[in-house]
Design a protein around this ligand. Sequence first.
Ligand code: ARG
Length: 465
Amino acid sequence: MSTVNSDKLSSARFAQATDAFVEVFTASVDFDKRMAEQDIQGSIAHATMLHAVGILTEQERDAIINGLNHIQQDINNGQFVWSIKQEDVHMNIEARLTDLIGNAGKKLHTGRSRNDQVATDIRLYLRSEIGHISTQLIRLQSAILNLAEQNADTIMPGFTHLQVAQPITFGHHLMAWFEMLSRDYERLQDCCKRINIMPLGSAALAGTTYPIDRFMTAKLLGFSRPSANSLDSVSDRDFAIEFTAAASLIMMHLSRFSEELILWSSAQFDFIDIPDAFCTGSSIMPQKKNPDVPELVRGKSGRVTGHLMSLLMLMKSQPLAYNKDNQEDKEPLFDTVDTVINCLRAYADMMTYITPKKANMYASAKRGFATATDLADYLVRKGLAFRDAHEAVGLAVRLGVDTNRDLSEITLSELQQFSDLISADVFDYLTLEGSVAARKHIGGTAPDTVKAAIALARKHLIPPC
Ligand code: ARG
């Protein structure tokens, strides 16, 4: 026999009280109270509209608004008493309102349901959090631009397959990160367009018989328009899935940056220094300085992708319209928001203090025959077919490997063994500086091109509103 909670009958329809465990099991207030501010804003707009269409008197509207503002203050001061008996944030606030103002409080729920209320709250919440995420994203982009500017002509090896491929500039590498984040920013703004549509007034599922003005409520809450279909708007969480997908891509990018920072700060690469403030030591190995922030961010990318999967699975088998399943959307969503904001913030703070070890980067580019393609291109310009040039340079690289010399250190007469098209001007192309400077088309790694890309990026870096 299950334990019944005799304090509460969940509605007049029930003859039996909710099972005590079921009461706890089905409650969401512990986590959805995070949307209290949005819930109160939604209710203020709803009450304002109910008065405008003649459903509430002016006194009732004012009592509701004052009561809700009072509740908001209590929440801000930590004085509001949340109760699991009231199940969720919506019922907690409504019940307290009725305690405070009496009968008028009971009229607030006219022409709405918790189903459209919760969908509205999540949309308001996400809209506001996208603003906060965008702020951190732009902080990180600014820090990247500054570092790229200081390193527009810092030479390092560029990699494919994690093998040295061609010389690049550190500024160019950083601007690749910048580009990824620019697309992330655009994705957030784009999904915000679909988030910013108002479900309120859809009521439980079919709309309401009261003469509500949904355009008015939408305007009061800053939504672009009321939603077009009541069934769809109380049930679908595609906007939350889309947001989580955008967040997963941000985390995937941060995880890639992390992987590089971790490699670069290792003794084997030794390309950068990550300041002590973003690292920790080992409790047992006194020499250790571990890149904790990038490692944690790389690790946290997994949980956000996990949340994306959770939300997709949560949605995929639900028939129209609202189902209680949807209460499960909040924890993944909230954790996604927290994780993305915290990771971007840690990254933006850290990025300003990353210092490249330029001499090591340079030496490493030199060690990997990074200008082999430049030698092949040189031979092609002199009239050799590319495949033959590839072959000739392969032989030159083999000589370099055997004698432990970079291509630029092999003598002219030795190089001429591989092709008689080679003359003294070849050394202009075999230096790392010559190699990067030659890639000066748009999108290339030449220092001047990188500086132009940075200047353009600065012009377009829109501060979030
Ligand atoms: N706590 C619920 C949720 O998060 C609010 C909506 C409840 N609606 C209902 N008909 N039980 O989805």
